[in-house]
Design a protein around this ligand. Structure first.
Ligand code: ZN
Length: 157
């Protein structure tokens, strides 16, 4: 699922769970549940494009400029959502950061891999990859519905 959507979920969890020590694992759980729904192909492309279920460090789609740009925009979106969350819930900053970190954390584990071609947490990443059984352009429907639901629960729309 898009990192921006995971971030929205983490902010919502931080807004409703009082204990950061619970908000973090709830965020991780939300990440895994959302990734196991039919969701958008991380890198939009022609409908025939198939996501490479690769085990190669460095994730090949990041080597393409388009993949890198989309990934950077998605990451910027997730950071922006964190900023918005901290702004609208100033009294719950600890909870917001904990929920956000848990919700985006599984994907942040790829950063050292993308930039340094070093793999950490290989077993977790394999699990994380295997639960994403449906990634397609149609999955954008799930992404939009989920984003609207989160924005509604956060009373932003
Ligand atoms: Zn993920």
């Amino acid at each position: 699922m898009l990192l921006t959507n995971h971030a929205l979920t983490g902010i919502w969890l931080g807004s409703v769970i009082d204990q950061p020590v619970l908000g973090f694992p709830a965020g991780v759980a939300s990440h895994l549940i959302l990734d196991s729904t039919p969701h958008a192909l991380w890198m939009p492309g022609p409908f025939r494009y198939t996501y490479p279920k690769t085990d190669n460090p460095g994730l090949p789609h990041f080597k393409e400029p388009r993949g890198f740009i989309i990934g950077s925009l998605d990451f910027a979106g997730a950071l922006t959502i964190l900023g918005v969350g901290l702004f609208i819930f100033p009294q719950r900053r600890g909870q917001i950061v904990a929920g956000w970190l848990g919700a985006v954390g599984p994907d942040l584990l790829y950063l050292p891999e993308i930039f340094f071609h070093r793999r950490f947490f290989a077993r977790f990443k394999r699990f994380h990859s295997n639960i994403q059984w449906s990634e397609s352009p149609y999955g954008i429907i799930t992404e939009v519905i989920w984003a609207l639901l989160m924005l509604r629960l956060l009373k932003l729309i």
